[in-house]
Design a protein around this ligand. Structure first.
Ligand SMILES: [Zn+2]
Length: 323
């Protein structure tokens, strides 16, 4: 292995932390995960993240000195230039965390921070095997909802570094209150935490359901019980896919992409998510835009976060500092 051919990638999510060693060709040499336990606060969580990175290095049989860099993906808002996490709704207490300084000091390697969904669209564009795609949109549906955008073959970062924040596309301006403070964002319907919350609200009305009495109801519980025919779970799930489909239709009209990729934990539901979202999105989009677009699931599954963080690190190494 030549020095410079691999990076350590760290993925900070509201539910899970992940780390992996990834080659320049996009091969994931190691992959480890652990719950975030966000209630522990940033100091403790960052310590565990750094340990997880050391586990990923050990599993791949490398030391940090063999890594060209460390790529860090995290939910926004954040500042890729200063390398600081700036209070993402999914990470309470992370109001001004100098993550790049902490990571660089821990491993003595250059480190780069990117919005996780921005990183993921880079990962899909570079390593997804989708062919020559010039216009591409990525939507992460996990604890929160985020997005990233490739326009004319280039990453669209926006004026303040957080462009492509599709989680806060508003599908109902009088709708549910979102974590961002606005009403009716797609995140307020389709994020894993919103799916679980809507199921809990429906259960609280006393309506019968096969989910009643379970110790915890998550988005995964809802999709499983919906698949088994439970009417309450079915209703929550159908509302989720309808909301997502509506939001994707809006984005398809605005961007007119060739490809829309859905990734993140909620997409583990597979076709139960993809098929209704694809149908709703492409049938509701304006005809030329809808006809030009494909809607697919991420080709990287659970490793999409580390593959994205790695793609972002290689991009910085090759193209220079964040602009
Ligand atoms: Zn919002």
């Amino acid at each position: 292995m030549r020095l410079g051919d691999h990076v350590l990638a760290l993925d900070i999510g509201g539910t899970k932390l992940a780390a992996g060693v990834v080659s320049r060709a996009g091969d994931v040499r190691s992959f480890v995960r652990t719950p975030t336990n966000v209630e522990e606060g940033p100091d403790t969580v960052v310590k565990r993240l750094l340990d997880l990175g050391r586990d990923a290095l050990a599993e791949a049989g490398h030391g940090p000195e063999e890594m060209a860099a460390v790529g860090i993906g995290c939910g926004g808002p954040l500042d890729p230039v200063s390398g600081r996490v700036q209070g993402p709704p999914g990470l309470p207490g992370w109001d001004d965390v100098p993550i790049v300084d902490l990571v660089s000091a821990a491993y003595d390697r250059p480190s780069f921070l990117e919005n996780d969904a921005t990183a993921a669209v880079l990962g899909e564009h570079r390593y997804g095997g989708w062919g020559d795609v010039r216009h591409m949109l990525y939507l992460t549906v996990s604890t929160g909802v985020g997005g990233g955008l490739i326009l004319d073959g280039r990453l669209h970062r926006g004026a303040a570094g957080n462009g492509g924040e599709f989680g806060h596309v508003i599908i109902d301006w009088r709708g549910r209150v979102c974590g961002c403070g606005q009403r009716g964002c797609i995140e307020a319907y389709a994020s894993g935490s919103s799916i679980a919350r809507r199921a809990a609200e429906a259960l609280a009305t006393g309506e019968p359901s096969s989910m009643r009495g379970l110790p915890a109801v998550t988005a995964e519980t809802v999709s499983t019980h919906a698949g088994q025919g439970d009417p309450l779970a079915r209703r929550v799930w159908d509302e989720t896919t309808a909301a997502l489909g509506r939001a994707v239709a809006v984005m398809v009209n605005v961007v007119e992409p060739q490809l829309v990729i859905l990734g993140g934990g909620v997409t583990r539901a597979g076709d139960a998510l993809l098929l209704p979202v694809r149908h709703a999105a492409l049938s509701q989009a304006m005809r030329p835009a809808g006809a030009a677009a494909r809607v697919e699931l991420s080709s990287h599954g659970d490793t999409v976060g580390v593959v994205g963080a790695a793609a972002s690190a290689f991009r910085y190494l090759d193209d220079g500092e964040p602009q």
